[in-house]
Design a protein around this ligand. Structure first.
Ligand code: AP5
Ligand code: MG
Length: 190
């Protein structure tokens, strides 16, 4: 299974992926986590990415696409993966389609975690991650609404989208996620 999780900052993509890793036995590819590792290691890509992340802006595609493309080629991704935070724009979605097509692979399904803005802010304030700052967080939400939300229609038109209410306990949401995954599995088999 190759599944994309889409949702605004704080929607619970990472939280649900932790559970899905156990459930599906496939690796979790979070572009945000990959970038934070590059920033901490002060690699050239990390130094460049930090300028954008600190402003709540998307990191340029050459950095992101290079990172994801290398990761997708690793042997552990052969049987599937969870894509968390990528793609985030229509051009990234088209690039992903190209990358997968070259390997005779496809996206099996896309899960949207829908959470209202006030709850996102509440979760961010309770979390305190290194890149969480209330003003920047608000910019990240706007970036999601403007640049990433159009992707939902892209995948809806392909019949691949499962939109899930992201309010409730993490376990309640995971029950909804599993129902979506079973639907993707049935479609992949048919
Ligand atoms: P990224 O790391 O992907 O951040 P994000 O999309 O802003 O999402 P978060 O990781 O903040 O939230 P999440 O949905 O994973 O929620 P979580 O499970 O942590 O990206 C960071 C930056 O990197 C971007 O801003 C951009 O600059 C750059 N970047 C990344 N990918 C890129 C790309 N493709 N192109 C360009 N730039 C890119 O949950 C949040 C909190 O809520 C946690 O504390 C959790 O414990 C809690 N929580 C989870 N579920 C629940 C629940 N049900 N109830 C209560 N609390 C909950
Ligand atoms: Mg995350």
């Amino acid at each position: 299974m190759r599944i994309i999780l889409i949702g605004p900052p704080g929607a619970g993509k990472g939280t649900q992926c932790q559970r899905l890793v156990e459930f599906l036995k496939v690796p979790h590819l979070s572009t945000g986590e990959m970038l934070r590792a590059e920033v901490r290691s002060r690699t050239p890509a990390g130094v460049e990415a930090a300028n954008f992340m600190e402003q709540g802006q998307l990191v340029p595609d050459p950095i992101i696409v290079g990172m994801v493309s290398r990761r997708l080629q690793a042997p552990d991704c052969r049987s599937g993966c969870l894509l968390d935070g990528f793609p985030r724009t229509l051009p990234q979605a088209e690039t992903l389609d190209d990358l997968l097509e070259r390997r005779a692979m496809t996206v099996d399904g896309v899960i949207e975690l829908a959470v209202p803005r006030d709850e996102l802010v509440r979760r961010m304030l309770a979390r305190r991650r290194e890149d969480d700052d209330p003003e920047i967080f608000s910019k990240r939400i706007t970036s999601f609404e403007v640049q990433t939300a159009p992707l939902l229609d892209y995948y809806l038109r392909q019949g691949k989208l499962a939109s899930i209410d992201g309010l409730g306990t993490a376990e309640e949401i995971f029950d909804r996620v599993k129902i979506a995954v079973r639907r993707f599995e049935r479609t992949a088999r048919s």
